[in-house]
Design a protein around this ligand. Sequence first.
Ligand SMILES: *Cc1c(COP(=O)(O)O)cnc(C)c1O
Length: 402
Amino acid sequence: MSAANGERPQRPSAEPSLVTRAVRAGIGTDAAHHAVMPPIHLSSNYLFQSPGVYERYDYTRTANPTRDLAAAAIAELEGGCGAVVTSSGMAAVAVVTRLLSAGELLVAPHDCYGGCHRLFTAEDRRGAYRVRFVDQTRAGAVEAVRALRPRMIWLETPSNPLMRIAEIAAWARLAREVGAVCVADNTFLSPVNQRPLSLGADVVVHSTTKFINGHSDMVGGAAVAADEGLHEQLAWWANAMGVTGAPFDSFLTLRGVRTLHARSRVHEENALRVVDFLRSSDLVERVNHPSLPNHPGHEIARAQQLGWGSLLSFELRGGRPAVERFVDGLRHFALAESLGGVESLVSHPWTMTHASMDEPARVAAGIREGLLRLSVGIESAADLIADLELALRRTAAELVVA
Ligand SMILES: *Cc1c(COP(=O)(O)O)cnc(C)c1O
């Protein structure tokens, strides 16, 4: 090549795409042995060259090379300034809410992730900060919250399990006006399908346990900051609280990032086919997925999302007896919590994720006994649909006989 005559070869194109950067994150960074794939640095401590001479790495709770690579990859995908990689999604939530002081108000969605609801409520009770849960999808909600002068606005869109859509740009605008920090939990879509920082959010939170790692074999989290000041504060708290992610989990996370775009394509393709199939079934009353034109958040989702995502829920006719027969008849959808892994899952919010809510609260939130949530995996779509079809047919037959 032209390098032979001392010239640098011309780069054929400018910046590589996010897909390429995700696949190649950290490749070729091993200065010691030139490993193609970056090694896992398990050491808890690092040599000082001399007293008082500080380098990037001294102690793994504070900073670790493997964790740094995972953080850089996630920050890049979200378009952030930097990321803090934590030991769980809830650890990332705890770190971000440390930005709040006593008396300051956090406004969060009334149907936010159960673990967030529990933490926010407990912190409010012990006076760490105040929390107010609101329906962020209701008309006039932004105006109503403006009067409350919140210090932090928490978003989670689409919501679980009804896939309700909040308008990120509208809430981010309000946050800017009142001087609040706008945080978006982007776990359900991943940066492949939604990039909240580009819509005005200040911080993105992830449970990397879900799509980013994507193989249901670790628990982790991340908080991505839009600017360096926020990133420094989050890194300070993560180190002070001792909730930074382990090197091995960081390695798994980075490995997950490499296939995130490729996996997401199959997830979505399969989910759209499952949605189509479920809508054609007489035993299914209603399907909740933002891709459907009759979904109340369809237009906002179309504008703010880059993809529809692979989580959906639907209402089975026949209530609890139908749910039990149907779930029992499935082979490829495992009855389990969590989401975003390569494997398809089915969950029953009434008895699982939302069981801790009292019955009137569940009903008020639109969660009924016949509601099921699917996390559609990357198996063959034909197998998944055949599985659903068979289970539905068996349910219908057994209910008629019963
Ligand atoms: C799972 C999840 C969390 C919590 O993450 P963990 O890794 O389980 O601690 C937070 N938010 C959402 C939307 C989640 O799905």
